[in-house]
Ligand binder design. Structure first.
Ligand code: PLP
Length: 416
C-alpha cells in the first residue's frame, strides 16, 4: 500500500482523532526516519519524545530479541525477573521509594490521581481533615482518560466529555498568590508538569514549585509531578524536578521509558505508598517481561554512554543556536526549555503552522504545539552536526516566510 491508498483507507476506517502529516515511514536508523521512497528524515520529535535512543538501537533490538524468545507475559499474579530489576533502577534515579507499572502516560497519571485520593481517604480515616480536590495548572496536559482530562486545562480536550472527574480547580501558571488562595485542607493533591510540554515548553518557577511543596507539606496533600514528557533524561537530568532540588511525593514517567514500546510508571514515596493495599489498583499488562527488559536496556545504555551529559551539551548548543536565530528573526519572540526539550515561540499561529510544514518538506521533522510554538524533542543521541542542519533549514524557512512573519500576532497568547 502506498501513502495515497493508506490515506484513503484510513479516512473510511479509523476514528477521526488525528490530523496526520502526509508522510509514510517504513524504517529508521539513529536519528533518521526513512519514508516509503527511501528518503531520510532528520527526526527532531522522536515520536513525541518517545524514541530517546533513536531508531534501530542495538541495545533495544537485542533486549526485544532475547526477551521475545523467553517470555512475553505472565500477568501480575506471578513474579518475573524484570519488575524488581527495573524498579531498582527507577528508584535510584528518581529518589522515589516505590514503583507502579502500567502501559501509558494517561494510565500513570490516573494512578497518581487515585493515589492522592487514597492518601486523603486514609488521612480522614485517621481523623485528619483532607479533602478530595485537585489543583491543576492552566495550560496543563495530563492525558486523555477521564481523570487525566479533568486535570487537563484545554477546554476542547475536556468539555465535550463532561462530566469528567469532579473537584478540579485550575491555578494560573506560576501565580503563587493564586495557588495560595485556592489551596486549603480541601485539596488532596497539587498537579504540575515541571516543564509543560503540550502547553508550549513553559517551566514552572522555582518559587511556584517551592510554594506547592510547602503547601502540600502543611496539610499532607500530595505533590504530583507529571514527568511523562520531561522525565528520563529529556532535560539533561533524570527528572526535571531535580533541576529545582524539590522532591515531589509522586511522579509519572512514560514516553521514553521503553524505547518505543508502550510503558508507563507512577513512582512515589513510602508515605504516599502506604495508602494502597493489594487489590485496590492494578493492570493486566503493566510491567510485563518484554517492556521491563527494554526499559532496563534503555536506562543501562543511558548510564553507560553518559547520555545525560550529552543531552545537556547538545541541548545547550541547540538552544544557543535557536537564540542566534531569534536575533536574526523578529518573528521569534522567545526560546525556551532545557536539555533536549526546547520550544520556539513565534508571533503568529499561521506562521508556526507554515514553518513546521515547510521544515518537514525539507525532510526535518518538527512539531507545533500550543498554536504558536515550534517544539523540539529530538532523540537523546542527537549530535551537533544535526543541530546545524536543522538551524540552517529553519533559517531558510523563516526567510522564505518573511511576509507571514510580519503578520499580526496570534490571537491566543499563552501565559500572557
Ligand atoms: C503525553 C503526555 C501524557 C499522556 O501520555 P499518553 O501515553 O499519551 O497517555 C500525560 N502527561 C504529559 C505531560 C504528557 O506529555
Amino acid at each position: 500500500m502506498n501513502l495515497a491508498s493508506i490515506q484513503a483507507a484510513e479516512s473510511k476506517l479509523l476514528l477521526h482523532t488525528y490530523e496526520r502529516n502526509p508522510y509514510l515511514f517504513v524504517g529508521g536508523k539513529g536519528v533518521f526516519l526513512e519514508d516509503e521512497n527511501g528518503t531520510q528524515f532528520l527526526d527532531l520529535l522522536s515520536g513525541i519524545g518517545v524514541s530517546g535512543l533513536g531508531y534501530g538501537h542495538p541495545a533495544i533490538e537485542e533486549a526485544i530479541a532475547q526477551q521475545s524468545k523467553r517470555l512475553l507475559h505472565t500477568s501480575n499474579l506471578f513474579y518475573h525477573e524484570g519488575t524488581a530489576n527495573l524498579a531498582l533502577r527507577l528508584t535510584e534515579i528518581s529518589g522515589m521509594d516505590r514503583v507502579f507499572f502500567c502501559n501509558s502516560g494517561a494510565e500513570a497519571w490516573e494512578a497518581a490521581l487515585k493515589l492522592a485520593r487514597a492518601n486523603a481517604t486514609q488521612a480522614r480515616e485517621s481523623g485528619k481533615r483532607l479533602g478530595t480536590k485537585f489543583l491543576a495548572l492552566e495550560h496543563s496536559f495530563h492525558g486523555r482518560t477521564m481523570g487525566a482530562v479533568a486535570t487537563t486545562h484545554k477546554d476542547k480536550y475536556r468539555l465535550p466529555f463532561a462530566p469528567v472527574m469532579p473537584d478540579v480547580e485550575f491555578v494560573r501558571f506560576n501565580d503563587v498568590a493564586d495557588l495560595r488562595s485556592k489551596f486549603s485542607e480541601d485539596v488532596c493533591g497539587i498537579c504540575l508538569e515541571p516543564i509543560q510540554g503540550e502547553g508550549g515548553i513553559h517551566s514552572v518557577s522555582q518559587e511556584f514549585f517551592a510554594a506547592a511543596r510547602e503547601l502540600c507539606d502543611s496539610t499532607g496533600a500530595l505533590l504530583l509531578a507529571d514527568e511523562i514528557q520531561s522525565g528520563l533524561g529529556r532535560t539533561g537530568k533524570w527528572f526535571a524536578y531535580q533541576h529545582y532540588g524539590i522532591q515531589p511525593d509522586v511522579t509519572t514517567l512514560a514516553k521514553p521509558l521503553a524505547g518505543g514500546l508502550p510503558m508507563g510508571t507512577m513512582m512515589c514515596n513510602e508515605k504516599a505508598a502506604s495508602a494502597i493495599s493489594p487489590g485496590m489498583h492494578g493492570t493486566t499488562f503493566g510491567g510485563g517481561p518484554l517492556v521491563c527488559a527494554v526499559a532496563i536496556a534503555v536506562i543501562d545504555t543511558m548510564r553507560e554512554q553518559n547520555l545525560l551529559a550529552h543531552i545537556e551539551e547538545v541541548g545547550s548548543f541547540f538552544k544557543s543556536q535557536l537564540e542566534g536565530l531569534k536575533a536574526q528573526h523578529d518573528c521569534i519572540t522567545e526560546v525556551r526549555g532545557l536539555g533536549l526539550m526546547l520550544g520556539v515561540e513565534l508571533n503568529s499561529a499561521e506562521l508556526a503552522k507554515q514553518v513546521a510544514a515547510q521544515v518537514m518538506e525539507r525532510h526535518i521533522i518538527i512539531n507545533r504545539t500550543s498554536e504558536t510554538v515550534l517544539r523540539f524533542l529530538p532523540p537523546y543521541i542527537l549530535e551537533k552536526e544535526h543541530v546545524v542542519t536543522a538551524i540552517d533549514a529553519l533559517n531558510e524557512t523563516l526567510k522564505a516566510n518573511k511576509e507571514l512573519a510580519g503578520a499580526t500576532p496570534a490571537g491566543e497568547q499563552v501565559h500572557g
